[in-house]
Each structure stands twice: as C-alpha cells, then as structure tokens.
Design a protein around this ligand. Structure first.
Ligand code: ZN
Length: 238
C-alpha cells in the first residue's frame, strides 16, 4: 500500500497545484497503485486502481475549489468550548463539510470535528479507509449524539490537534449514535471497534473534550509537562 504524506498546511492554490503535481511525478516514475480519497471518488468501495492521467487532471481542477483549513492544536481555547447545534444546513454548511473532508485527507486523519478547524458547530466527518479495509463509506454527521453505549475497552488513540502523541484511552466498546447526514436526514450509526472509538472521539471534540481529558489527572499532568517541553524544543529549533 502506498501512503503519500504531504505537509499539513495547504493555504494557497499554489500548494494544491503542487500537491497534484507531486502525484503526477510520483505516478509517472513508479506507475504504482494509488488510493483515491473518498471525496474525489464518492463510490463507497475505494478499491486500489491505477490512476489515469485524465482523472488527476480532473482532480486538480476539483481541488482548485477546495480550501484546506489549518487544524487547531492543543492548547487552542476553541477546542475546549462546546460547539453549537446546526439549525440550518445550507450551502455554506456543504462547503464547510467538503473542506473539512479535504482537510482530514490532507492531514491523513480518520476523523475531524468542525471546532478543530476553528468553526464551533456540531459537525464532524469520519473516514476509516486509511486504517482499515474500507467497508464503511465516508461518514458526515451533523448534531451527533451518543444514545447508547456498551462495554468498555482500552485502545491507543491519537488526535490531529495533538500531533505526535498517542496513548491508551478507555472508551465504550460499542455505541449507537444519532444525528443528521449532510442532507439533513436523521441517521443512526451503530459501531464497534475503530468506528465506535472514532465516533466517541469526534463527539467528545464537539462537546469540548480532548482525549487527554479522558486520562487520569496524574497521566494528564505528565502529558502536559512533556507536551510543553516538546513545544519549547520546537521553538528553540526554529
Ligand atoms: Zn481529535
């Protein structure tokens, strides 16, 4: 499997063009298999296939209309605030959703909540295709709520807002989530395994909680000290 990594911030169209130019160079050199992001190929089965030139040209123009947001990092205050429920799902909401999906793929994440990109609205996107064989199509959830939980399980998780840090967090093994899809229709999602974890992680974000808030106070204090040190180290490096 090919995993392409790109810089996390694409603020200009130049960078988006450069990103697609990189695809083209890489593909022409090695004629390898390339996995399309789900936003580009909406078909639920994201199979590996050879990228035809015609498609990446289309992809380039598609991306020209996209804006990738900067992902807010801990300790940004917006991450601690509870988000506001959406009452209207309008064109602006659809644009935010599209851009969130692109931002998630750009950062190679499997989930993203709106407040992680500075928009305090109860809205999140999830796509597990980078971590699991993709049987679950891309999920867009508006005003999601966990209505049922079952079991408890410890597993490693990380967050795009706390890059480079992973730790074991106890969460419900199985959940039932209710919310609206991007068309505003009510949906119910039942998930276990990674899906249950991702749903809980993103809904926590929307409630102003980070995964470190699920750690014991002693572990969280230890994390904070280590994180501050790593931030200082980064400042000294620059
Ligand atoms: Zn997160």
């Amino acid at each position: 499997m090919w995993i392409l990594s790109f810089p996390r911030k694409y603020n200009t169209h130049f960078n988006l063009i450069f990103q697609n130019f990189s695809y083209c160079i890489l593909l022409s050199r090695s004629f390898t298999f390339y996995q399309y992001p789900a936003a580009i190929t909406p078909s639920p089965e994201q199979t590996f296939r050879v990228c035809p030139y015609r498609t990446w040209i289309l992809e380039m123009f598609y991306n020209m209309n996209m804006a990738l947001y900067e992902i807010r990092k801990y300790p940004d205050k917006i991450l601690k605030q509870k988000t506001v429920e959406l009452s209207d799902i309008d064109t602006q909401t659809q644009n935010i959703i599209d851009n969130m999906i692109e931002t998630m793929y750009g950062a190679r994440g499997i989930g993203l909540a709106a407040n992680q990109i500075g928009i305090s609205q109860r809205l999140c996107v999830i796509d597990l295709s980078l971590r699991e064989s993709n049987k679950i199509p891309l999920i867009v959830l508006i005003n999601p709520v966990v209505v049922q939980k079952e079991g408890m399980i410890d597993a490693e998780e990380g967050c795009l807002s706390i890059p480079g840090y992973m730790t074991s967090i106890k969460r419900a093994e199985k959940v039932l989530v209710k919310g609206l899809n991007r068309e505003g229709k009510p949906v119910e999602i039942e998930g276990d395994g990674l899906l249950a974890r991702a749903l809980q992680h993103e809904i926590d974000h929307l409630d102003g909680l980070l995964f470190i808030d699920r750690m014991s106070p002693i572990r969280r204090e230890f994390f904070k000290r280590r994180y501050k040190k790593s931030l200082k180290g980064q400042e000294n490096d620059t």
